[in-house]
Design a protein around this ligand. Structure first.
Ligand code: IPE
Ligand code: IPE
Ligand code: MG
Ligand code: MG
Ligand code: MG
Length: 291
């Protein structure tokens, strides 16, 4: 089982979710926050990897190539790939629950993190998006509203969690008291910022699917067309889809900047500023990624 369990993680991947989680923690809280955010960052990558193992199953996207390697089910069989995904999902919650975060008298940050992962990954988030994705495949005359909702759920919610995890870890390290209401307000704003980035990310994923080869992507190309999935490209064409990526990324960056300007996060020091600059740079770099 160990070999099968390790296969999808060892295959590689861009590790974008942990990167964003750590950068966001650093941008809001500096080095201390980054240390705390390590387990949350790893938990998100586990969830993401599980989602890919299941996404590739014959009953979903039926894909044989992932991260440049044969998919888990093509090597170990469908049943075992299902179990590998389940194990990764459970492991994520174990890792997250072990986060060394200080709970204060009015806020249980560990509970906040666990709830946030459940909300982002489950029926209120990624799973709902994947459900919609399956339901809409093959259907004609879909609207952008339907596709946008699907993207925001299946991809946006988990990317949103990178930002909320970063925020929660940072807030726990700042020696300032915060009311649960104030934390919730900051949480809601940063979540939307992450979801907008996820929307841009999925539009770009669909552009790459339509324009690159399997060798460049490390996963099968042209899948969306083959499975009759409506995307921003099928609705608006490639050029407009690229423009939409830029628009949603800009909206996301603007919103992150706004949350960072909240008086709660003052004073700002050099370390935080450098993490903020790196965070914006990485968000923008997603626009020109090649896979
Ligand atoms: C692929 O995600 C699935 C989507 C949400 C579009 P990534 O493009 O981040 O995949 P890896 O982790 O780099 O393999
Ligand atoms: C998958 O979207 C999103 C997930 C939640 C896994 P896709 O089906 O487009 O992802 P790829 O192209 O297979 O990586
Ligand atoms: Mg899919
Ligand atoms: Mg897929
Ligand atoms: Mg895709």
């Amino acid at each position: 089982m160990t070999k099968a369990y390790q296969h999808p993680s060892r295959a590689g991947g861009k590790r974008l979710r942990p990167l964003l989680t750590l950068l966001c923690a650093g941008a809001f809280g500096g080095q201390k926050a980054i240390k705390i955010a390590q387990n949350p960052a790893l938990a998100l990558e586990k969830i993401h990897t599980y989602s890919l193992v299941h996404d590739d199953l014959p009953c979903m996207d039926n894909d044989s190539l992932r991260r440049g390697k044969p998919t888990t089910h093509t090597i170990y069989g469908e049943g075992k790939a299902l179990l590998v995904g389940d194990a990764l999902l459970s492991e994520a919650f174990l890792i997250l629950a072990k986060t060394k975060i200080k709970n204060t008298h009015n806020i249980n940050y560990t509970a906040c993190l666990v709830q946030e992962l459940a909300l982002s990954a489950g029926a209120h988030g990624m799973i709902w998006g994947q459900w919609l994705d399956l339901s809409l495949a093959g259907r004609e005359q879909l609207t952008w509203k339907q596709i946008k909702t699907t993207h925001l759920q299946k991809t946006g919610k988990l990317l949103g969690a990178c930002f909320t995890f970063g925020l929660i870890c940072a807030v726990s390290t700042l020696n300032k008291s915060i009311s649960p209401q104030k934390l919730h307000t900051l949480y809601k704003k940063i979540k939307i910022a992450g979801m907008l980035l996820g929307l841009a990310f999925q539009i770009k994923d669909d552009i790459l699917d339509a324009t690159k080869s399997h060798l460049e992507l490390g996963k099968t190309a042209g899948k969306d067309h083959a499975q009759q999935k409506t995307t921003a490209i099928t609705l608006f064409g490639e050029k407009k889809a690229e423009k939409m990526c830029v628009k949603y990324t800009q909206q996301s960056v603007t919103l992150v900047k706004k949350v960072l300007q909240d008086p709660f996060f003052t004073p700002v020091n050099k370390t935080k500023l450098s993490f903020q600059a790196e965070l914006y740079a990485q968000m923008n770099l997603l626009l020109c990624r090649q896979k």
